[in-house]
Ligand binder design. Structure first.
Ligand SMILES: NC(=O)c1ccc[n+]([C@@H]2O[C@H](COP(=O)([O-])OP(=O)(O)OC[C@H]3O[C@@H](n4cnc5c(N)ncnc54)[C@H](O)[C@@H]3O)[C@@H](O)[C@H]2O)c1
Length: 401
């Protein structure tokens, strides 16, 4: 196993800058590389400003602020990366850019562990041209890494057990995160399960007259921290469209692109960032500001639905929410079937990556509670073979809980 004493982060944007803050807070030196000296300087300013903010709010004292600033180096030079034991790449989602960076890093740092924080690019596709590809893996943090506890560790075709073990120890012990091991596939684990949960919610609006607020209320009553439509508006409807396209290309019809999502994007209703999305009024990121909700100026959701989906039948929020949960259990069973992750890691991923209600244990425990026979019957032809077989044999995912 490789001990990690210093980390290099490539790219100091949304994820890279927050990763640097996370790593420094755990008392580990971190060097963040930007494209050029000007961007590196700007990043240095942003990091200092953030640390000064903690000081002003009384979260840390002056000597800790000084220490944290010293633990972070912003640079545009490869020379400053040379003693890093671990690299986390966090540049924009461009496969060619990432490949080029990994080919360079492999030469520059012959002994370091190399990881990508990509949310959608298969890690194996980044290993071309990397000497000793057994040290390359995915390390998928969620936004913002300082607050989100989950890390997906993705093993590419050549990733060695030693690399994974080193990353697991680093994530769990140094960063105090919850690492799970996930097979290399589009969307990895958590985003695919989230897609399986959210897609039926969107379909319910397209096919029935059920209201977003009614489905959201069901989800909240179940124990989710927020309803699916509040979440979709927070994520950004344009990002949702992009993710659905990725999942559709990889997994087919169950993630077929949504006409409603396309209509919302065309109307400029992108969610929180434009003030309207699935909801006609979406409060800004700084929490609800009464009387200060911006609006996109587009027609109301009801009118968009009426125009695009005139054949909708009457809807039922309980049924819609049940469909979402069953779809998530089915997708979790598919993840087991394809050895994408273990049952425990599926549960951990949903509890700590998606905010699945802790008391319910995760989608597989929920499936056991509902009963796999009932689930298989409700899912019909969509039920995956593993779920159907287990239902016939009256089995459960967990022996007891
Ligand atoms: N933003 C999210 O919510 C989120 C969540 C999980 C994973 N990710 C993944 O993290 C990665 C980064 O996303 P982001 O949102 O932080 O992007 P971003 O656009 O905010 O930041 C990317 C940074 O990389 C820098 N950069 C570009 N080319 C570079 C190069 N050759 N060398 C060094 N720096 C370079 C840019 O100047 C920029 O500061 C992506 O792969 C994304 O899929 C993002």
């Amino acid at each position: 196993m490789k001990n990690i004493y210093k980390v290099a982060v490539i790219g100091g944007g949304t994820m890279g800058a927050d990763l640097a803050a996370l790593i420094a807070r755990q008392d580990m030196p971190v060097v963040i590389k930007e494209v050029n000296a000007e961007l590196a300087e700007r990043l240095r300013g942003r990091l200092d400003q953030r640390i000064d903010g903690w000081l002003e709010r009384g979260k840390i004292n002056a000597s800790r602020a000084e220490q944290l600033k010293m633990l972070c180096t912003a640079t545009a030079s490869n020379d400053d990366l040379c003693d890093a034991d671990l690299v986390i790449e966090a540049v924009p989602e461009d496969v060619n850019l990432k490949r080029k960076i990994f080919a360079e890093l492999a030469v520059l740092l012959p002994d370091a562990i190399l990881t990508s924080n990509t949310s959608s690019i298969p890690i194996t596709s980044l290993s071309k041209g990397v000497a000793r590809p057994e040290r390359l893996a995915g390390m998928h943090f969620f936004n913002p890494p300082t607050r989100m506890p989950l890390v997906e560790l993705i093993s590419a075709e050549a990733t060695s057990p030693e690399t994974l073990e080193s990353l697991e120890v680093f994530a769990a012990e140094t960063l105090a995160k919850k690492p799970i091991r996930v097979k290399d596939r589009p969307g990895f684990l958590v985003n695919v399960l989230l897609g399986a949960y959210l897609t039926p919610a969107i379909r319910a609006l397209e096919t029935t007259t059920v209201k977003p607020e009614a489905i959201d209320a069901e989800a909240k009553a179940f124990g989710w921290p927020m309803g699916p439509f509040v979440l979709l508006d927070m994520m950004g409807v344009d990002l949702v469209k992009e993710v659905m396209n990725i999942l559709f290309s990889a997994y087919g019809d169950r993630f077929a692109p949504s006409c409603l999502v396309n209509a919302l994007v065309s109307a400029g209703r992108l969610g929180q960032k434009t003030g309207a999305g699935f909801y006609d009024r979406v409060p800004g990121p700084a929490e609800a500001r009464p009387g200060d909700h911006s609006e996109s100026g587009s027609e109301p959701l009801d009118a968009i639905l009426e125009k695009n989906f005139p054949e909708r039948t009457s809807g039922d929020a309980v049924q819609a929410f049940t469909d979402m949960m069953y779809s998530m259990v089915n997708e979790s069973a598919m993840a087991l079937e394809t050895a994408t992750a273990s049952a425990n890691d599926i549960e951990t991923g949903c509890l700590f990556g998606l905010g699945f209600p802790q008391a319910k244990g995760g989608p597989l425990h929920y499936g056991d509670q509902v009963g796999l026979g009932r689930l298989a019957e409700a899912l019909g032809d969509s039920a995956c073979p593993l779920l159907r077989g287990m239902a016939v044999r009256a089995e459960t995912f967990f022996s007891s809980w």
